[in-house]
Design a protein. Structure first.
Lengths: 211, 529
């Protein structure tokens, strides 16, 4: 569910003449609202986009001034909230300084299997963070074999890699240690070769991507 | 008793492309080419197998946008005109190359294929080839399933569960209109899965879905049978994982069967090879060269000097490749049987349009494979997921892992610098849709129409195809225009609705142009959990 920060009015400018040009509808660059959204790109990477309402920024800057602080820089702050605490047990908080009116960012967390939350804000000269907007939470997937085992359907590691080997086209005959090593590499190669879309036959790409 | 099963899954999809306002959109040709090259040849393969009493079971996914287009009168009439032009062109070709035997044989082959396609499409199935799929489904030979309403890539819609619900409900409704029941399974667009989707599938009575291999292999608890068994999610939905080995042998351009030098070369089409003035009357007078479907050369090798296509040699190669595929699956099973205490199933999904359109001999390969499996051996049998789920009382549990079958296995294709700009707009209109759905509980007739059209525009804007095209770099302007157009139309309608100034002419024009999901009910967006 989206957090309250996502609720918005409808006071953006909608192009009321349509279309701007043949087959070229105008869409507003922004929606005059205060929001930041977090999406998962892959286990190691998030994507965030945002928009800050001028009134909110003015209010936050006033607040800073009243507290005797001066704005230093705009920050995208990303928290590991896996354990329901800001920064998580391992205390991960990632800060990214925003310049040139950036309104989106790819965040390389490098940590699969964690849950994340982002805030956009201003850091004062003394290092205090003043939030402008807070995002939704997202869970990045884990990467690799799950440590969790089901009692009824138990799958020891050796069995997992033997099965994995067959799935990867390696057949049997290797030790589980050798298989694990080979298959980790195999899977990475398979995924990064695109399996599909970078190769000739892409899904939908049959018509759309290879002309 | 079979040692194992093969679940072939063919996913047929094209985005909703229908331009009543103009005949100059060559993108409409994609549907026409797919009908002639893929859907009709596939239908002929299945009809032939049934006629010869070959026992086979294949899963076939038809996307709701494709089903809608295949029943659209305007597109059908344009398709028939397109086909007539091709027949004329191929007849003219038989004259042009009458003194060159090898070319002439091919020209005759194309002419006969086009005439045959017209007969199958118009006469045998009465301009409604969905009837063929319904027949195969009713006979239990195909398990026809569907995918999300407009092929929306679900992980990108995730913040808005109502949007996922709408993608699934419109799919189920479209399917029910054609097949008269709820589909057993659903193909998630691009195999794009994230935690929670299985629950929504279950809400609509979907029994199973598919994920890319690592969606299962990285799932939790650790999957006992890798991708060789379905698993049950907490919601009660079953999930099947794609087998990488069998997929690669068909998909891969370098190592896969379609790259064999004996097969037909896709990129040498007379639409590009012959004098433009000769071709132009047959390609709808487009001012640019386009493919006609008439191609005289084989892949030959990594060279521009292509040999003339030899159809008989290509068919022999397809027969060999189908035998190789079958033998490879048998070997896979030999390795699996000692490790598994139940019968393994190998799930091999492919885009249907690979067969026939890109890989000209693909339908023949499939034909040979299914016949060989039936007549030549009994180690491996074809099965559908629905059939496999009847074999056992219990299946191991899993929480699948987020995944897709796209480049790098996650969302890279649909979320990168080329297309990420669309999401702030798609999410915004999703939010406005939900707010409006909650607000307008007792709309006037015209308000209801506007709200339903807003839902159509939102769904169409979410098609994964647009982001995909932006990423791959061909037809980018069309994809951008369509994205902007649907978002733009949505915003205009929303603005008019909010101000109480709905313009009938604009509403009607939108309804006429984007007439997908005639029975849509915008209230699906009122629920936001």
């Amino acid at each position: 569910m989206m957090s309250e920060q996502f609720r918005s009015g409808t006071d953006f400018q909608v192009p009321n003449e349509r279309p701007c040009a043949k087959n070229n509808y105008c869409i507003p660059p922004q929606y005059n609202e205060n929001r930041i959204v977090l999406m998962v790109k892959d286990p190691w990477t998030l994507y965030s986009y945002w928009e800050v309402k001028k009134e909110v920024e003015d209010r936050v800057r006033d607040d800073m001034r009243q507290k005797g602080q001066t704005a230093s820089k705009s920050i995208l702050r990303v928290f590991d909230v896996t354990d329901d605490t800001r920064g998580g047990k391992n205390g991960t908080v990632l800060d990214f300084e925003l310049r040139n009116w950036a309104n989106s960012w790819y965040v390389h967390t490098g940590s699969p299997g964690r849950t994340w939350l982002a805030e956009i804000g201003i850091v004062s000269a003394s290092g205090d963070f003043f939030m402008l907007s807070r995002s939704n939470k997202v869970a990045a997937p884990s990467y690799g074999m799950s440590p969790e085992r089901d009692k009824e359907w138990d799958c020891p590691e050796e069995m997992y890699y033997k099965m994995f080997a067959i799935a990867g086209g390696y057949g049997g005959g290797l030790s589980s240690y050798e298989m694990r090593d080979i298959l980790d590499k195999h899977l990475k190669a398979w995924l990064s070769s695109g399996g599909i879309t970078s190769d000739i036959f892409g899904s939908t790409g049959l018509f759309l991507g290879r002309r | 008793m079979a040692k194992g099963y093969l679940a072939l899954v063919l996913h047929a999809h094209l985005p909703f492309i229908r331009h009543p306002e103009s005949e100059n959109y060559l993108e409409e040709n994609w549907l026409f080419e797919a009908i002639t090259d893929t859907y009709v040849p596939m239908i002929e393969v299945f009809d032939g197998l049934i006629q010869d009493n070959v026992d086979f079971h294949v899963t076939f996914s038809l996307s709701p946008t494709l089903m809608t287009m295949l029943r659209d009168e305007l597109l059908i009439s344009r398709y028939l005109r397109h086909l007539d032009r091709l027949i004329h062109l191929s007849e003219k070709e038989t004259e042009r190359v009458k003194n060159e035997k090898r070319f002439h044989d091919l020209a005759v082959m194309y002419r006969d294929r086009f005439i045959r396609a017209k007969k199958v499409f118009s006469e045998i199935y009465g301009k409604d080839i969905l009837l063929a799929f319904k027949k195969f489904n009713d006979l239990g030979k195909l398990e026809v399933i569907t995918c999300c309403g407009t092929h929306g890539y679900l992980p990108s819609i995730d913040p808005y569960k109502a949007g996922i619900r709408a993608q699934i409900k419109t799919a189920v409704d479209t399917y029910k209109n054609v097949f008269g029941s709820v589909p057993k399974g659903m193909w998630l667009p691009e195999c794009g899965y994230n935690e929670g989707h299985e629950k929504i599938l279950r809400e609509f009575g979907i029994q199973y879905f598919f994920v890319e291999a690592h969606g299962v292999l990285f799932g939790s608890p650790r999957p006992k049978y890798a991708v060789y068994s379905p698993y049950i999610c907490e919601s009660g939905t079953y999930v099947f994982g794609r087998d990488l080995d069998s997929s690669k042998s068909v998909w891969s351009a370098k190592d896969g069967y379609p790259g064999n030098y004996n097969y037909r070369e896709y990129y040498r089409d007379i639409g590009f090879d012959l004098d433009f003035n000769y071709i132009k009357p047959y390609i709808n007078n487009f001012n640019t060269r386009v493919n006609t479907g008439i191609k005289y050369y084989r892949i030959t090798g990594a060279t521009d000097q292509k040999d003339i296509y030899d159809h008989r040699l290509a068919l022999e190669t397809a027969a060999k490749d189908s035998a190789d595929f079958m033998n490879s699956r048998q070997k896979q099973l030999d390795n699996l049987v000692d490790l598994m205490d139940r019968t393994p199933v190998i799930v091999s999904p492919y885009d249907a349009e690979l067969f026939g359109h890109w890989w000209f001999e693909g339908p023949d390969w499939l034909n040979y494979l299914l016949r060989k499996m039936h007549f030549d051996q009994d180690k491996i049998k074809t099965i559908t997921p629905g059939g496999y789920l009847k074999l056992y009382d219990k299946y191991p549990p899993i929480k699948p892992s987020m995944s897709s079958w796209g480049y790098k296995g996650y969302s890279e294709v649909w979320l990168d610098g080329s297309n990420d700009w669309i999401y702030r707009h798609l999410h915004k209109i999703s939010e406005l849709m939900s707010e409006s759905a909650k607000q307008y509980t007792a709309p006037s007739q015209v308000e209801e129409r506007a709200l339903n059209q807003m839902a159509r525009e939102l769904l169409l804007a979410q098609s994964s195809d647009w982001a995909f095209i932006m990423k791959t770099g061909t037809f980018v302007n069309y994809a951008k225009d369509r994205t902007k157009e649907h978002i733009g139309r949505f915003l205009v309608l929303h603005d008019q609705l909010r101000k109480g100034e709905i313009q009938e002419t604009f509403l009607k024009e939108s309804e006429g142009k984007y007439n997908i999901f005639p029975d849509i009910d915008y209230r699906i967006y009122a629920r936001i959990d």
